[in-house]
Design a protein around this ligand. Structure first.
Ligand code: ATP
Ligand code: MG
Length: 424
């Protein structure tokens, strides 16, 4: 029987009393970044050591939602998903010169004294494999991607999940006959990237940047945020943005298209795409035969998105003094149902009727069923966790349900049917 990857049933309903990972009133003393504080307090993450985080069930749901959006858009540009190894081959890294040149490379020594790089990126893994399957122009173009854990020995790891020593990245690699074909795909990838960030409620500015050890230029996707580690110079009209490190112009200069003075802002790099030319193809002898039977080097591109960094960036941008305000598309649940007990029959109504009906309708609900906790505390936890819709069943609501959006003050009384229409 054929089985799609996405047939696994989602856990639609969760009782808060049973949830692994609860809220905390205090932020940890050793965290300075907003994302780390709020995600800790909301019960999404726990720190292992500096720059390394564990994702609890709420956090894992958010990561899965982010990953699935990225997956859909990468599939839409023809990317084939695979999963490459974290423990890599030292010889491949020596071939490209990066065993010594890659500053943040973790190097492991086994009990047998063999050395392994712990993958910070995967060009050295994918190119030798591609070499086994690409031999003719008929095998091109090709693009493959993965969502996988990366390791980098970052010097500073004070930005919570924005900068991990272990973090999740989506990396896609594309293979082409020539620059022209590469450029067509690079433009498609740019469009896909814009869709990815927009779907997550982020305004990511496409920004010219240096290519690092990879290439002359690259394009970064930068989200303006106070706690960002990068700086961009950008046009408020949206036609220009450059990483301040490589910017040909300064803040305050008039935009050529008359949009006013260029601005400078702190920003978070959530994605980065690079033309690789034949750098890695040359290192591994990755060539193909053209129509005339001539051997030519394969032209490549690589395309990264920081999955865990995106989760942190979303929290940095979407929060208030009460907690996180998740965009609907990545929220751990669609609705947060609160039962304010006033008599036994009310619990029965909330549980048998509202909860069961939402379950049948396939709506993802976190149900705060705790009986020993005050209404005020439940509301505060709900705001902290940041699920987009708060639903309340109480004496005041009778046989209706109170609806309130996170971040808005307005409440409405709805019937269960109206509720399902809105959330369905
Ligand atoms: P940075 O300049 O922030 O160190 P980078 O330019 O070295 O990042 P890339 O190699 O371009 O990173 O990686 C692709 C994407 O992976 C980045 O755009 C970013 O979103 C994410 N990323 C990179 N390093 C980290 C990290 N240490 N923690 C979390 N995400 C990261
Ligand atoms: Mg980068």
């Amino acid at each position: 029987m054929l089985q799609s990857l996405n047939t696994t049933p989602i856990l639609y309903l969760m009782r808060y009393s049973k949830l692994f990972g609860k809220t905390r009133k205090q932020a940890p003393k050793d965290e300075v970044a907003t994302n780390a504080k709020l995600l800790f307090q909301g019960g999404f993450i726990r720190r292992e050591v500096a720059g390394v985080y564990n994702y609890l069930p709420l956090g894992t749901r958010v990561l899965n939602k982010i990953s699935n959006i990225v997956r859909e858009e990468m599939n839409a540009i023809g990317g084939q998903e695979l999963l490459l190894s974290s423990l890599q081959n030292k010889q491949s890294w020596e071939k490209t010169g990066r065993w010594t040149a890659f500053d943040a490379l973790f190097k492991l020594t086994s009990v047998l004294e063999n050395e392994y790089p712990l993958g910070p990126t995967h060009e050295e893994v994918i190119v030798p494999i591609a070499k086994q399957f690409i031999s003719s122009y008929k095998d091109l173009p090709l693009s493959v991607y993965q969502i996988q854990t990366k390791f980098r020995d970052e010097k500073r790891a004070k930005s919570g999940i924005l900068r991990g020593r272990e973090f999740l990245m989506k990396d896609l690699y594309s293979f082409h006959t020539d620059e022209k074909d590469f450029n067509i795909y690079y433009d498609r990838a740019k469009k896909a990237y814009k869709k990815v960030f927009k779907r997550m409620g982020l305004d990511a500015i496409e920004t010219q940047a240096g290519g690092g050890a990879f290439s002359k230029i690259s394009h970064e996707y930068q989200v303006i945020a106070e706690n960002g580690e990068d700086e961009i110079i950008y046009c408020p009209g949206g036609d220009f943005s450059s990483n301040a490190e490589v910017s040909p112009v300064k803040e305050g200069k008039q935009c050529d298209l008359g949009h006013g003075p260029l601005k400078k802002a702190k920003a978070i790099e959530v994605g980065n795409i690079f033309p690789l030319g034949t750098k890695f193809s040359d290192a591994f002898g990755l060539t193909y035969k053209n129509k005339d039977g001539k051997d030519l080097p394969v032209v490549m591109g690589c395309y990264g998105i920081g999955i865990t960094r995106l989760m942190g960036a979303i929290v940095e941008v979407h929060n208030d003094d009460k907690g996180i305000v998740w965009p609907e598309s990545v929220a751990p649940y669609q609705a947060h149902l609160i039962n304010i007990k006033y008599q036994k029959s009310n619990i029965k109504y909330a549980e048998d009727h509202v909860y069961e009906t939402l379950k049948k309708a396939g709506i993802e609900v976190l149900y705060d069923d705790r009986e020993d906790v005050s209404a005020g505390e439940k509301f505060a936890d709900c705001d902290l966790i940041g699920i987009p819709v708060r639903l309340v069943v109480s004496k005041k609501t009778g046989d209706k349900i109170e609806w309130k959006k996170r971040g808005e003050a307005k409440t409405e009384l709805l019937t269960v049917d109206e509720l399902i229409k809105r959330l369905g």
